[in-house]
Design a protein around this ligand. Structure first.
Ligand SMILES: C[S@@+](CC[C@H](N)C(=O)[O-])C[C@H]1O[C@@H](n2cnc3c(N)ncnc32)[C@H](O)[C@@H]1O
Length: 256
């Protein structure tokens, strides 16, 4: 996992596909931010902050009184995140930290964000206990994730050309299917909302970049198999004009 996120390259390849071909143009990071209920003055922790896209996408509406701490176990991706956020006229504190053992005192944050990352954490219940520990009573964790059915058509194409490969394993660990129960063990009140969206893709190259960016694809598939997959994608796009891939993402909100 550390190799996958040593910098922002893999994550950016995946975001490029979503940015270019998502049907819902509102944008998931704007939608996620719509759910934030923190007061104008608040200490906000983002765990697994990656390249900082949440804040970049909402640059026009982050309250001036929020003190934002970005924490990620990859110093490389944190650095890239801070570079991405340099254009925003505000300060972000950043530190390298593992979600499973957070270097913060008890009850110091007014909200925690953990988007598309809890499924990577080896001991998820431990990370959830840590998040609860650093949050003040009555405050919330906002955790975006996906379901096991997310992008299933693309997973089927990958499996057809590279047997035993997958691009969809992560949400089985913490996703829309089971996140509710995992959170309910550590938090008082949990809600789930889905973000309606799909990909309608008209180019094969960004799809191949997406597939190659997945840690589950490392070392899998011969050059011939990948060429055949690319030619299949190109053929489908030529014949039908596009390939539709369903998405199933959403937001879990849990109260301390
Ligand atoms: C899929 S990216 C999501 C990034 C960002 N939250 C977003 O929505 O764009 C997952 C991020 O979680 C980080 N990460 C993975 N395991 C972690 C852990 N145990 N503790 C802290 N960060 C972790 C990775 O370095 C990466 O930046």
């Amino acid at each position: 996992m550390r190799e996958q996120y040593k910098d922002g390259c893999n994550l950016s390849a995946r975001m490029r596909l979503h940015r270019r071909f998502s049907v819902n143009k509102y944008g998931i990071f704007r939608w996620i931010f719509d759910h934030y209920s923190m007061p104008q003055s608040a200490r906000v922790l983002e765990i697994g902050s990656g390249t900082g896209q949440l804040w970049k996408s909402n640059a026009d509406r982050i309250p001036a009184g929020w003190r934002i701490v970005l924490a990620d176990f990859s110093p490389g991706i944190l650095r890239e995140g801070l570079i991405e956020l340099r254009g925003l006229d505000r300060r972000f504190d950043a530190l390298a930290a593992d979600a499973q053992s957070q270097p913060f005192a008890d009850r110091v944050f007014d909200a925690a964000v953990a988007n598309f990352m809890l499924y990577h954490v080896p001991d998820i219940p431990r990370a959830l206990r840590e998040i609860r520990r650093v949050l003040r009573p009555g405050t919330r964790l906002f955790a975006a994730t996906m379901s096991t059915g997310n992008m299933r058509e693309l997973d089927e194409i990958v499996r057809r050309f590279i047997p035993r490969a997958t691009i969809g394993a992560a949400p089985a660990r913490f996703g829309l299917d089971n996140g509710f129960e995992l959170l309910a063990d550590a938090f008082a009140n949990v809600t789930l909302e889905r973000y309606p969206d799909a990909l309608v893709v008209t180019e094969a190259a960004p799809v191949m970049d997406y597939i190659e960016s997945m840690s589950t694809m490392a070392g899998r598939g011969s050059a011939e198999a990948k060429l055949a997959m690319r030619q299949y994608l190109e053929g489908e796009i030529a014949a039908r004009g596009s390939i539709t891939i369903s998405k199933d993402n959403g937001l879990l909100v849990a109260t301390v």
